[in-house]
Design a protein around this ligand. Sequence first.
Ligand SMILES: Cc1cc2nc3c(=O)[nH]c(=O)nc-3n(C[C@H](O)[C@H](O)[C@H](O)COP(=O)(O)O)c2cc1C
Length: 215
Amino acid sequence: MEINKTLENLRIDYQSASLDIKDCDKDPLHQFDKWLKEALLAECDEPNAFILSTVRGDQPRARVLLLKGIHHSQFIFYTNYKSAKGNELAQNDKVAMTFVWLPLQRQVRIEGVMTKVSHDLSDDYFQKRPRGSQLGAIASPQSQKVESREALEKMFADTELKFKGLELLPRPAHWGGYGVKPTLVEFWQGRNNRMHDRICYEKSGDSWELQRLAP
Ligand SMILES: Cc1cc2nc3c(=O)[nH]c(=O)nc-3n(C[C@H](O)[C@H](O)[C@H](O)COP(=O)(O)O)c2cc1C
């Protein structure tokens, strides 16, 4: 297979739905809630997966994470505070989130400002995770170089042994949630002839201004 030729010819036309300003909720969080529920109903794979973009110096960096809640108008996810992204967020709290729900031909782009969530919220979610994920979060020095797979397995096994017999594992201080307060949210609905619908919400004082953008 000649990959470049294949890529050039890969194309599908989008025509399953449309989006107009008059269809949109005034609040982008309500509109997001509606689209996320539709992605769940459509059984999209990992509908809560998104790409988080951060900035280190003048270098944008991106990775996939899972949305774990929407609280107080913030999009919440959990990670290691000492990870690469944790360090980047400590330097620059401006981020972008990108969701894509391909079976629905939809994308949502969010820009906003990050803060750590309360200890209570992080504790609460940590206790809802399976024990294996809790142990992994305690054991893994996320983003640091590790010698080998064996060394990683040993970190997990040592942690498992350390907490053997203890029913409730304590949340480590290096692990917890972040919340993104949006300043811009764009909803993209694929249409035919690449004439897609793009409705963009921008924060203006306490309210949101909606605009249609060219595709
Ligand atoms: C589908 C998927 C979901 C993921 N969810 C998370 C998550 O919720 N939290 C997390 O810390 N990493 C998650 N990861 C791993 C991240 O993409 C990334 O490898 C890790 O957070 C380290 O990123 P960093 O080195 O930039 O800090 C996920 C990866 C994939 C592919």
